[in-house]
Design a protein around this ligand. Structure first.
Ligand SMILES: O=P(O)(O)O[C@@H]1C[C@H](O)[C@@H](CO)O1
Ligand SMILES: O=c1cc[nH]c(=O)[nH]1
Length: 332
């Protein structure tokens, strides 16, 4: 059987090739649990409570698995690309229509329009979905997307986040492809209180996928692309060590000591979703990556000062790399 991905095992420095996507690593991390993937690569949702539902309402997507033919609508999807704003994800859908030469004559339709919470567009095998700000908003959407992919029987989907971030010691406008996610306590886990107890889920990203995306950076690109760790904070201001929020009881030295420590650990950028996305996709047995542009160098300041036009232009940079990856993947 051929290997579909490589994961770095914490116990083993280097890569561990394995068959059947990430089954070996997944099972090592979830002893005694059923692997959430079928032999054909479709997602086998591990939650048995779902079996007792007559209809599963994907509330924030405005879809359900009884009144909507999710298989007819989404079975041919292969890539789910997510990012904070509806505007960006519409732009991305339009961009991918160009890359893949798919006509959008009737215009792009927001497939979640009944919910009004997020926006989702489909262009051939690409779903472009907005996820809002921060981990709770992103994971709410992601969990419904995982169920959608399972009900639509999508085989071996790949999920990307195309985001914005603050860089650490790299020029503003650079792109960072995340090799791992770190939470605000400097742990490579996504921590979430469940039934009154904080549980920790490992934030592992697909090493081969991030290396492949990084390798698609071209010397002629007008931006630099870095591979490195990404810290996903639970707050934009104090959670990212900023001095410009309404509250702050630490000094500039404290801030710089923290950011320098992050930088020395290999963190290249700070955003608000990566560790949770990495953990949730690992739990679902789905490959995923995070590619973010940086809007500023956090070692130089806190405020996002470039013009709206510049920021809008920079947001296209992760799209260029992901577009190259998808195009290359589909030509294989
Ligand atoms: O994808 P976006 O641009 O939303 O990513 C970052 C992280 C937060 O969601 C938000 C904070 O401004 O931007
Ligand atoms: O500094 C930044 C910039 C964008 N997004 C973040 O989360 N942090």
């Amino acid at each position: 059987m051929s290997c579909d991905c490589d994961y770095v095992l914490p116990s083993r420095k280097g890569f561990m090739p394995h068959y059947d996507n990430c089954k070996t690593v997944w099972q090592a991390k979830h002893p005694g649990k059923k692997y959430p993937k079928n032999d054909d690569g479709t997602i086998a949702l591990p939650n048995e409570h779902l079996l007792s539902l007559d209809v599963d309402i994907l509330y924030h997507l405005g879809l359900d698995n009884k009144n909507c033919d999710l298989k007819a609508m989404f079975h041919d999807a292969k890539f789910v690309c997510m990012g904070g704003t509806k505007y960006r994800m519409r732009e991305f859908a339009q961009y991918m229509a160009g890359v893949l030469n798919i006509p959008t004559d009737g215009g792009l339709k927001n497939l979640t329009k009944r919910s009004q919470r997020y926006a989702m567009y489909k262009v051939g095998p690409v779903l472009a979905v907005s996820h809002g700000i921060g981990i709770p908003s992103m994971t709410t959407l992601l969990q419904e997307v995982i169920k959608l992919l399972a009900y639509a029987k999508v085989a071996n989907p790949i999920v990307f986040r195309l985001g914005t971030s603050g860089g650490l010691g790299i020029p503003a406008g650079s792109v960072v492809v995340s090799s791992w996610g770190l939470n605000g306590n400097l742990e490579k886990t996504h921590n979430i209180p469940i039934l009154g107890k904080t549980r920790k889920f490992p934030s592992i990203l697909d090493t081969r996928l991030s290396q492949e995306v990084h390798s698609l950076a071209d010397p002629s690109d007008e931006f630099q692309t870095f591979l490195g760790g990404t810290m996903g904070a639970d707050d934009f201001y104090r959670g990212q060590g900023r001095l410009d929020g309404p509250f702050c009881d630490y000094t500039e030295q404290d801030k710089l000591a923290y950011l320098t420590k992050l930088s020395e650990m290999g963190v290249r950028n700070i955003e608000m979703e990566a560790p949770a996305l990495a953990a949730m996709l690992t739990e679902a047995g789905v490959r995923g990556g995070v590619v973010c542009v940086t809007f500023l160098d956090r070692l130089q300041g806190d405020q996002v000062t470039p013009s709206k036009a510049t920021l809008t232009d920079w947001q296209n940079r992760p799209m260029i790399l992901i577009g190259r990856y998808i195009e290359k993947y589909l030509k294989k």
